[in-house]
Design a binder for this molecule. Sequence first.
Ligand code: DGY
Length: 338
Amino acid sequence: MTRSSSAKKVLVTRTFPGPIKETLSQFDLNYRENDENLSYSELKALVKDKHGILCSIPDRIDTGILAAAKNLQVVSTYSVGYDHINVEEATKRGIAVTNTPDVLTDATADLTFALLLGIARRVAEGHNLVIQKRWKDAWSPKFMLGSDLAGKKLGILGMGRIGKAVAKRALGFGMKILYHNRTRLSKKEERSFSANYRSFDQLLKESDFVSIHIPLTEETYHLINANTIAKMKKSSFLISTARGPIIDEGALFEALKKKRIAGAALDVFEKEPLPADSPLLSLNNILLTPHIGSAAEGTRYKMGEVAAKNLANILLGKKPLHLVNRDYLKHGKSAKFS
Ligand code: DGY
C-alpha cells in the first residue's frame, strides 16, 4: 500500500456483487454494507471528502453532488448506461467517469430475446392462465396463437455491442435483420450479421419487431412517441431493454390500448420502480420485467470487477478499462495515465 493511495477516500454507495472490497482495499474505503439506495442528501453528505465513488443507476450524480465533492477524481458506475451522471459537468471539473460495457452484453441480449419470445408467444399470459386454473381445453387449434419468429424482420435500433449480440441470436431463430445506427456498419460487418441498414422511419415501417439498444440522451428522449409509433406496422411488437425515457409511455399506452401495434415488452420505464398506478399495468398485450437486463450472477460479478478496477486505476494514475469522458484530462486534477 502506498501512502498516497491509502490516503485516498472512496465511497461505495451500496453492496454490489464482485470483488469490490478486495480491489479497493488499498484505499480509505467507506463500503456501505447496505442494500438500500442512499437518499440524495445522504449521498451529498457522504461524497464531501471522497476522491472516488462507485455508484449505480439510482444514484443521481448531478451538479449538486459534483459541487459538494471537492476532492472527487472519479465516478465509477456499476452499469454501462451513465445517464444518471452529469458527464459534461464532471468533465469540466476534471472528474473521470467510467462504466462497465462488454461484460453485460450477452446477459442483456439474452433478456431482450426472452422478452421478444415472451411477447411473441404469449408466455406470461399462458403461465398466468395455467397458474390461475383457467386452462379449460386440452388442446385447441386457435388457442393462444402468437407470432412466428422465423422469416420475420427484426429492426434493431442501435447496432452497438448489445444490438449486435441481439442480431446474432435472432439469426439463430431464422429472423431477418434490419438495423438503424448513427454510423453505418462496414460492408463486412453488415454481411457478418446479414444485416440491412435502414433509415429510422423505414426501420419502423418494415419491422415486425423493433428492439431498442440506444443510450438515453437529449436526442433520444421520447424518440418513440405517438408520431413514430404511428409508423410501425399494426402487427408489430416493440421491445426495450435500453432506458425508459426513450419511449413516451403515455403514447405507448394509447397505441397498445387501441391496438395500433400488437404488443410491447419492456424491461425499463420512465419511472422505476414502475408506479402502482401506471396505466401500462392495465394492458394485456404487454410483458414487463423490473430492469433486470444484466441481472445474471456471473455478469453482475464481472460488472463489480470492472467498476472497481476502473476506480482504482484512475486513483492510481493508470488507464481505466472503460472511460466515458476522455476530455476530463484537459481540465486538470489528474495527470495523464502512466
Ligand atoms: C446498465 O448497465 O446500464 C444496465 O441497464 C444495468 O442493468
